[in-house]
Design a protein around this ligand. Structure first.
Ligand code: ZN
Length: 132
């Protein structure tokens, strides 16, 4: 199991981790790559990262759908909205591997989604399963 460890700087942040994951699939002829984050206020999503507007729209949409400050869990530690965003986006993605490369589309990137930052330490587990 490979582990990426990093800190986040903003309350909401999408961090492109594609390059960090690509190195784990070098030399794999065929397989799958599981990318998973073990946090209840974060997520993993695959989408465009070429233009920053997509990241901004993604965060704006989630803030419209799930505004802050109106959830039961806010009475506990004031991050109810972050838990709901995390649950909707989900903690993982599975990407096929062929000839040592992630089979992402031209405009696709794998992004870690921070919904309750900044955080000193966030982790992403990367498991590569060889099929041949
Ligand atoms: Zn909480």
């Amino acid at each position: 199991m490979n582990v990426l460890t990093f800190s986040t700087k903003e309350k909401y942040e999408l961090i492109d981790i594609t390059k960090d994951i690509e190195k784990f699939v070098e030399g794999v002829k065929e397989g799958v790559c599981i990318v998973y984050t073990p946090h209840a206020t974060a997520g993993i999503v695959i989408n465009e990262n070429w233009d920053d507007s997509v990241r901004k729209d993604f965060i704006n949409l989630l803030n419209k759908l799930i505004p802050e400050g109106k959830w039961e869990h806010d009475k506990i530690d004031n991050n109810g909205a972050a838990h709901l965003k995390s649950a909707i986006i989900g903690p993982s993605e599975v990407i096929p591997i062929k000839d040592g490369k992630l089979q992402l589309g031209r405009w696709q990137s794998i992004m870690f989604c921070e919904f309750d930052g900044p955080r000193h330490e966030r982790k992403v587990y990367v498991k590569v399963i060889k099929c041949t």
